[in-house]
Structure formats: structure tokens, C-alpha cells
Design a binder for this molecule. Structure first.
Ligand SMILES: [Zn+2]
Length: 87
């Protein structure tokens, strides 16, 4: 594969199980589908400081609560609709 910008051959490199193709001329990096997700996961695991971990946990628990609330609302609406339609 060649760099679309410089038209030189990309150099394949592997960093902790993630395959990357990079251009030695413009230092552009190309990733296969899914490789970016892997990198994001790694970065989140490795570099997330303790303060941010607590913040992330609070955010996740808040999102979970809201999800549950929405589900409850949906159920109520569904039940009410059923009652209305049956009477
Ligand atoms: Zn290039």
C-alpha cells in the first residue's frame, strides 16, 4: 500500500499487538478497521489517571440509572396503552 499523499510505500509496524501502516515521508498513519478501537481501549486502560477513573465510574453509573429510568417509563407507557386499548 502506498501513501495517498506522497505515493511512497507505507512501512508496516506493530505496536503491542496493533498493526499500523505509516508513511516515512509525511508520518501519516493508516489503521485497519478495528485497530483504532483497539488503540482507544489500550489508551483508556493505560493512561487513565485515578481521578478520571472515579469520574468515569460516576458517569457510567449515572448513564446506567438513566437507562433504567427510560426503560421504566417505556414499560409504564406500554402498560397504559394496553389498558386504554382493552377498555
Ligand atoms: Zn505520506
Amino acid at each position: 500500500m502506498k501513501c495517498p499523499t506522497c505515493n511512497v510505500d507505507l512501512v508496516m509496524s506493530e505496536r503491542s499487538g496493533i498493526e499500523i501502516d505509516y508513511c516515512p515521508q509525511c508520518r501519516g498513519v493508516w489503521l485497519d478497521r478495528g485497530e483504532l478501537d483497539k488503540i482507544i481501549e489500550r489508551v483508556a486502560q493505560v493512561t487513565m489517571p485515578p481521578v478520571d477513573t472515579g469520574f468515569a465510574k460516576r458517569m457510567i453509573s449515572r448513564i446506567r440509572k438513566e437507562e433504567r429510568r427510560y426503560q421504566d417509563n417505556d414499560d409504564d407507557d406500554y402498560l397504559q396503552a394496553q389498558e386504554k386499548s382493552s377498555t
